[in-house]
Design a protein around this ligand. Structure first.
Ligand code: FES
Length: 121
């Protein structure tokens, strides 16, 4: 049996984002990890929150359709699913995402434009 635990937040904000369905999907998958309905994990604005222990890997905005990817990649093969990693907790992983890299470039360009505007005035 796996030593991993999958904590799926079942508190207000995450429930509003479908965490009950995420929990149901984990309970239906074939993983031998312990599936644990959890209290608030303090990451309410990015629910549904899923936390894998003892790895301390945090997933955010998890949907039922993401559960198979987490089960197969992370729980069976110890490979976290980069696209679902919580960006504040795992920023190094998330920077590999092209979408967020593009966002960072946009922010950087915006900052440069503001500096140039300030210097021109
Ligand atoms: S309600 Fe889920 S992390 Fe707080």
């Amino acid at each position: 049996m796996s030593s991993k635990q999958v904590l799926i937040c079942q508190y207000q904000s995450c429930l509003a984002q479908g965490s009950a369905e995420v929990l149901a999907a984990f309970l239906e998958c074939s993983s031998d990890a312990a599936i644990v309905p959890a209290e608030c994990q303090g990451q309410c604005n990015l629910g549904a929150t899923v936390r894998i222990l003892p790895d301390e890997i945090w997933y955010c905005r998890v949907k039922p359709t993401d559960v198979n990817a987490i089960a197969q990649s992370h729980l069976e093969n110890n490979q976290p699913v980069d696209r679902l990693l919580h960006p504040r907790i795992h920023p190094a992983y998330v920077c590999r995402s092209a979408t967020l890299r593009d966002s960072a470039i946009t922010v950087e360009n915006s900052t440069i434009a503001r500096r140039q505007h300030t210097n021109d005035s």
